[in-house]
Design a protein around this ligand. Structure first.
Ligand SMILES: [Zn+2]
Length: 190
């Protein structure tokens, strides 16, 4: 089942997600729906806050990058309760986009190597697993979502200011995305 995606400005995108355990209701179905939603909207990653659940869960499938980055082939994974242990190396720039921020792509600087502890979809624990390059990049973007951070929050202030109009348009539904979105409630002026 395709799930609607929360749009820029929705409060759930600003919240730190809660950890879950293996008894989380219908977790398998949720993960399946998230993959379907990600593929249908041509994403390479999707985090639970983007489908309006404030939990520490995200999925990735980097295969669309496989031609340019061979290591992306078959990099399809589920991350639950992930904790970023450390990041290392010299920052590199990569153009990021986000299903919650349609129509905006900007270069973001991040470190190239990460160590992550997490549970997979079978609730097997992975301790301080190393990821690098494009894999690390996708994880860092999705991991940020579970901490309430968007890629545009990592841009220099002047860049974000230039995007202000475009961002507020997204939050009221003025964008070109074809998938269904959930918008923040309009504030009623008194
Ligand atoms: Zn995103």
């Amino acid at each position: 089942m395709m799930l609607p995606i929360t749009a820029y400005g929705h409060p759930v995108l600003k919240k730190k997600g809660e950890e879950i355990d293996k008894n989380y209701p219908e977790l398998d179905k949720l993960i399946e729906d998230m993959f379907e939603t990600m593929y249908e909207s041509n994403g390479v990653g999707l985090a639970a806050p983007q489908i309006n659940r404030s939990i520490r869960l995200f999925i990735v499938d980097a295969s669309p990058f496989a031609e340019e980055y061979p290591e992306a082939q078959d990099f399809k994974k589920v991350f639950i309760n992930a904790q970023l242990v450390r990041e290392e190396g010299d920052e590199w720039e990569f153009e990021e986009g986000c299903l919650s921020v349609p129509g905006i792509n900007e270069y973001v600087s991040r470190k190239p190597v990460i160590y992550l502890s997490y549970y997979d979809e079978n609730f097997e624990f992975h301790e301080e697993e190393k990821f690098d390059g494009i894999k690390a990049r996708i994880i860092q973007h999705e991991y940020d979502h579970t901490d309430g951070i968007l890629f545009v929050d990592r841009l220099p202030a002047f860049k974000k200011l230039l995007l202000k109009r475009k961002l507020s348009d997204i939050s009221v539904g003025k964008h070109g995305a074809k998938y269904k979105m959930i918008y923040p409630k309009k504030r009623v002026k008194k």
